[in-house]
Ligand binder design. Structure first.
Ligand code: GLN
Length: 531
């Protein structure tokens, strides 16, 4: 049974969906296998902040009744079932699930219980997906390593001494470790794509406005987007399809139809590869930033060569304002965060000090409840918005943001289908390597931030290994082009289906399940001691 369970959890979402429909196994069996893996590895990986086994079992039982009923009613009914029915999904711990904890990785929200379901939670429930629990993250999604979680770091299953990326590192590690085929993250400057790259999975940041953020803890409202993690592009597309679309409770969610093409990505490798022919891709030269590891650059250039060999044309292009992406992001995002985080006053949410007068209670609550990175952002943002500096910093950053967007628009107008770039300049780094120097942490997202600044969709897909660690290839598209981007991703998967690295699993997965091994927090402490 253990061997079978280990095999079962390695299936992709679409394979498992087919197995459920055929009655090869039940959703309860599937969910038990995933829960067992998540529970076994959580000491060694710390990907999960909560595992909701009772709720998951109930949802699996409900999914099984729908499956049994549909099998009785015949193939047409069976085929019409939602693609996620009975399949486990991991939620970043900033998604509201009614009655469940929602810490956003922060002490200040410890003990807070969400009073309602987020829009995407409702959607996932309606689709019959099984919510397994909530995953670890950098506090309020500020970070690139998940080391800023108030509840301790998450390890990367490829090397337990290294970070999984961030801020959605828990979801990325969980999907890479086969705890679920589907995961949800949020991406404000790279927090889905960068951890997807560092953990060797697929992660997509959709177009700004594609997915309703109702019920999601806000970081920077003009940048935040919810998106899918999966181990292949078809699964990422199915998950995006399930959660996307207009919702009246989030005025920034756009009334743009969600393409059914997301559910129709080619199943056969031949068809998928064929779709690459004639595609026009741009390779932005500014994305090969200083400090990029040679192994990362090599894998990305090999991927470009493979796409060309499959019939795509790739031209070098320029996005001249790329170099301002980081500086403008670190004005705009902290400014918006400082406003969004003003609501954590200790009165309305989570824990709060009650032993003094109102002002000293609030100061004590925020002083104790927020971690150092969050405080840094609140100070940066408050400063940038203050009278006298607003025009010099915030307004100027918004103007540069328009220029960054215009760089991309020129390329879409010139007929490019998508851009190909690295996702992260480096592979996963060791615990502590970037903690002492915030700017080195911020540079982790140099290749992803401009995409958020322009509101565009971007996806990171695995493209091989460097020093035994995963490298991500980023595909960036025009607004609302998610289906086209995932079709390209699917094509790349098809032309590399036989590559040796495709068959490899995270190399330290077995160690993660060994209870005698140190926890991620102990590993981080040991590395800090050695430094
Ligand atoms: N690493 C970036 C930051 O710290 C992006 C985080 C994110 O996308 N949520 O702000």
């Amino acid at each position: 049974m253990v061997a079978e369970a280990n095999e079962l959890i390695r299936g992709s979402g679409h394979e498992l969906a087919a197995g459920l429909r055929a009655g090869a196994f039940s959703s309860v069996e599937l969910v038990e296998a995933h829960l067992a893996a998540a529970e076994r590895d959580n000491h060694g990986l710390h990907a999960w902040l909560t595992i909701e086994d009772t709720g998951a079992r109930a949802a699996a039982t409900a999914a099984d009744s729908r499956l049994v009923q549909a099998r009785r009613e015949g193939p047409a009914v069976l085929a019409g079932l939602p693609p996620l029915l009975g399949l486990p999904v991991a939620l970043k711990d900033l998604v509201s699930v009614e009655g469940g904890q929602c810490t956003a990785g922060s002490r200040i929200l410890e003990g807070y219980r969400a009073p309602y379901d987020a829009h995407i939670t409702e959607r996932l429930r309606a689709a019959g997906a099984v919510i397994l629990g909530k995953t670890n993250m950098d506090e309020f999604a500020m970070g690139s390593s998940t080391e800023h979680s108030a509840f301790g770091p998450t390890s990367n299953p490829w090397d337990l001494d290294r970070v999984p990326g961030g801020s959605s590192g828990g979801s990325a590690a969980a999907i890479a470790a086969f705890h679920a085929p589907f995961g949800i993250g949020t991406d404000t400057g790279g927090s889905i794509r960068q951890p997807a790259a560092l953990c060797g999975i697929v992660g997509m940041k959709p177009t700004y406005g594609r997915v309703s953020r109702y019920g999601i803890v806000a970081f920077a409202s003009s940048l935040d987007q919810i998106g899918p993690f999966a181990r292949d592009s078809r699964d990422a597309a199915a998950l995006l399809h399930a959660v996307a679309g207009r919702d009246e409770r989030d005025s920034t969610s756009a009334p743009v139809p969600v393409p059914d093409a997301l559910l129709a990505l080619a199943a056969s490798d031949d068809a998928a590869a064929g779709a690459l022919r004639g595609k026009r891709l741009g390779l932005p030269r500014e994305y090969f930033v200083a400090g990029m590891e040679p192994g990362v650059e090599a894998r990305v250039r090999e991927a470009v060569a493979a796409l060309e060999a499959a019939g795509a044309t790739v031209d070098e292009v320029s996005l001249p304002h790329t170099e301002y992406g980081l500086a403008t992001y670190y004005i705009v995002a902290p400014a918006e965060a400082s406003a969004n985080l003003a609501r954590y006053d200790g009165i309305r949410y989570g824990r709060g000090r009650r032993d003094g007068d109102t002002l000293s209670n609030e100061l004590a609550t925020r002083g104790e409840g927020f971690g150092a990175e969050v405080k840094r952002r609140i100070m940066l943002g408050t400063y940038a918005l203050s009278a006298g500096y607003y025009d010099a910093y915030y307004l100027k950053a918004q103007k540069v943001r328009t220029l960054i967007k215009a760089d991309f628009d020129r390329l879409w107008d010139a007929g490019f289908d998508a851009l190909v770039a690295p996702t992260s300049p480096t592979v996963a780094f060791r615990f502590g390597a970037r903690l002492a120097d915030p700017v080195s942490m911020y540079l982790s997202d140099a290749c992803t931030l401009p995409v958020n600044m322009a509101g565009l969709p971007g996806v990171s897909i695995p493209c091989g290994l460097s020093d035994g660690l995963p490298v991500g290839l980023q595909l960036i598209g025009a607004p609302w082009s998610e289906a086209g981007l995932l079709e390209l991703a699917r094509g790349y998967e098809a032309i590399t289906a036989d590559a040796a690295w495709r068959g490899l699993e995270p190399t330290q997965l077995a160690l993660a399940g060994d209870p005698t091994q140190p926890s991620p927090a102990e590993r981080a402490a040991a590395l800090a001691g050695a430094a």
